[in-house]
Design a protein around this ligand. Structure first.
Ligand code: SAM
Length: 228
């Protein structure tokens, strides 16, 4: 019997484009998303969930569906040079375009809709969520497990802010921008020091350059208002 999977919630994320989103959850603690459940779900549906620190978010890579899928992909972690089987990676370009992120559950708010506020997200704004489950450390935490080509956190860029750049930002906005760029959003193996990158995050457009292992944030402006 065919089985239909339908979104049960939507992720409202500060990441308005894929460029600049952390490649895995937890790498940008300042990336807070609001997972808003569809109206049919009441506070009863999350009763007890606030007693868990982390939640598994199953979702659809909705902005990758048109890009299809492949048997093998080039993980950025390998510099884009080596190919791995799709099922040995977390690439969005998988047959059913299903994603899975372990996010820190900060709080739950129940009003007209139920909202889960989570941090450390790697989700694009508008991501359809198809399931939510509590993280259960005693069965799921495997710190001694082998992790193939993904052992350990990726190297981070050192961040410097050009004079007065980002003056009007809140501490949280500065952290979100700085932590996101520190993940080095460039396509793997791209190294063009004079290139100016532009990233849309939260309500801002951010211009930056990367030289050696340092990213210099050269301009921050309200999105759509033209950067200096
Ligand atoms: N942690 C998840 C997993 O393992 O399935 C996602 C890992 S995947 C490498 C993370 C990347 O997916 C992000 O850096 C972003 O470029 C992309 N992404 C996030 N949300 C997306 C969406 N809704 N549609 C398409 N791509 C998305």
């Amino acid at each position: 019997m065919p089985h239909t999977i339908r979104p049960i919630a939507t992720a409202h994320s500060p990441y308005k484009q894929k460029f600049g989103i952390a490649r895995q959850p937890g790498l940008v603690p300042a990336a807070e998303v609001c997972i808003e459940l569809n109206r049919e779900f009441t506070a009863d549906s999350v009763r007890g969930l606030a007693d868990f620190d982390y939640v598994w978010i199953s979702f659809i890579f909705h902005d990758a569906i048109e890009e299809g899928w492949a048997q093998m992909v080039r993980p950025p972690r390998l510099g884009g040079r080596r190919k791995m089987g799709i099922f040995a990676t977390r690439s969005p370009h998988r047959p059913n375009h299903l994603g899975l992120s372990l996010l820190k559950l900060e709080r739950i708010e129940s009003g007209k809709t139920v909202k889960l506020y989570c941090s450390g997200a790697d989700l694009l704004d508008g991501t359809p969520v198809i399931d939510i489950k509590p993280y259960i450390p005693f069965v799921e935490a495997k710190p001694d497990a082998r992790a193939g080509f993904v052992s350990g956190k990726p190297d981070e860029l050192h961040i410097i802010w050009a004079d007065n750049t980002g003056a009007g930002l809140s501490a949280g906005e500065r952290d979100l921008i700085g932590q996101s760029i520190a993940q080095d959003p460039r396509p793997a193996y791209q190294d063009i020091p004079e290139r100016v990158y532009v990233m849309n995050v939260s309500d801002y457009e951010v211009k930056f350059q990367i030289q050696d292992n340092t990213a210099k944030i050269i301009a921050v402006g309200r999105a759509g208002q033209g950067l200096p």
